[in-house]
Design a protein around this ligand. Structure first.
Ligand SMILES: Nc1nc2c(ncn2[C@@H]2O[C@H](COP(=O)(O)OP(=O)(O)O)[C@@H](O)[C@H]2O)c(=O)[nH]1
Ligand SMILES: [Mg+2]
Length: 269
């Protein structure tokens, strides 16, 4: 259950046990990853131990998922959020999002994961879909190399609504269960090159078998959380605790966009 108070979200139910992240999640490949470190930033770790941080209300980051039609975007989200594959899809009109709640180093945090409803077929996704995203996930089908080539255009389109350096970018190849290991290796090599060019982190997953799906979203949650905490700490300056940062207000099914959106790419601490 969620309640609204001063624009912040409060959830009365505890976070599910399998959404508790205590160790910093690892990358998929060191050749295309946003961070090499395997621990929380020292300032974030200290802030997480502060009781005020834990009680500040639910912080949330907007995540948008893009890519060609049929590459497996909806299946990827459904595998993680509902642990199901290819069934019971709800029919949607316009954009739709899922909210996934986590606990990171003792602090509650949510991802608001936006999925399209087929508009990508006509390349006419509304600008509000992209606006204010802290994470951009660009999906392609490992078994269809053309969809990898199209990822550049998807990035360009998403960046039209976001400042350079303001988002974490992930390049995700799906359907790895359809490829032999030799084929997978070849395509991944091309994808790593593309990811480096985009300054994105590369992941290779299968929503059918579930391989790497949970690991991938944990990595997304950890990087977005740490980025948003660091931004708040920088912004807080002389203040003693983490502020409202990128809280998103949910009101009658619409999301109020966060005003500040300058999550910086993080370096090792
Ligand atoms: N074998 C396999 N098929 C997948 C996987 N992910 C998605 N698909 C199939 O790809 C098709 C398109 O998936 P969907 O998620 O609807 O694509 P979207 O248009 O990008 O949202 C569906 O028929 C899925 O069954 C996967 O990991 N493995
Ligand atoms: Mg879809």
């Amino acid at each position: 259950m969620q309640e609204m108070a001063n624009g912040k979200m409060h959830f009365s139910a505890p976070v599910s046990k399998d959404r508790i992240i205590s160790k910093f999640p690892k990358w998929y490949t060191p050749q295309a990853c946003l961070q090499m470190k395997d621990h929380w930033h020292t300032r974030v770790k200290t802030a997480c131990q502060d009781r005020t941080t834990r009680n500040v209300g639910m912080k949330m980051s907007k995540v948008v998922v893009v890519g060609d039609l049929y590459v497996g975007k909806t299946c990827l989200i459904n595998r993680f959020c509902k642990d199901m594959f290819d069934r019971d899809y709800k029919a949607t009109i316009g954009v739709d999002f899922e909210i996934e709640r986590f606990e990171l180093s003792g602090v509650p945090y949510s991802l608001q994961i936006w999925d399209t409803a087929g508009q990508e077929k006509f390349k006419c996704i509304a600008s509000t879909y992209y606006r204010g995203a802290q994470v951009i996930i660009i999906v392609f089908d490992l078994a269809d190399i053309r969809t990898l080539e199209h990822t550049r255009q998807w990035l360009q389109e998403a960046m039209r609504e976001n400042d350079p350096g303001s988002c974490f970018i992930f390049l995700v190849g799906t359907k790895r269960d359809l490829l032999s290991s030799a084929e997978c290796h070849r395509t991944e090599r091309d994808a790593v090159k593309m990811a480096s060019e985009m300054q994105a982190e590369f992941w290779s997953v299968s929503s059918k078998t579930g391989e790497n799906v949970r690991e991938f979203f944990f990595r997304v949650a950890a990087l977005a959380f740490e980025g948003s905490m660091l931004r708040d700490l920088e912004g807080a300056g002389s203040h003693s605790h983490i502020g409202a940062g990128d809280l998103i207000r949910i009101d009658q099914g619409t999301a109020e966009e966060p005003k500040a959106k300058s999550v910086k790419k993080l370096s090792c601490c």
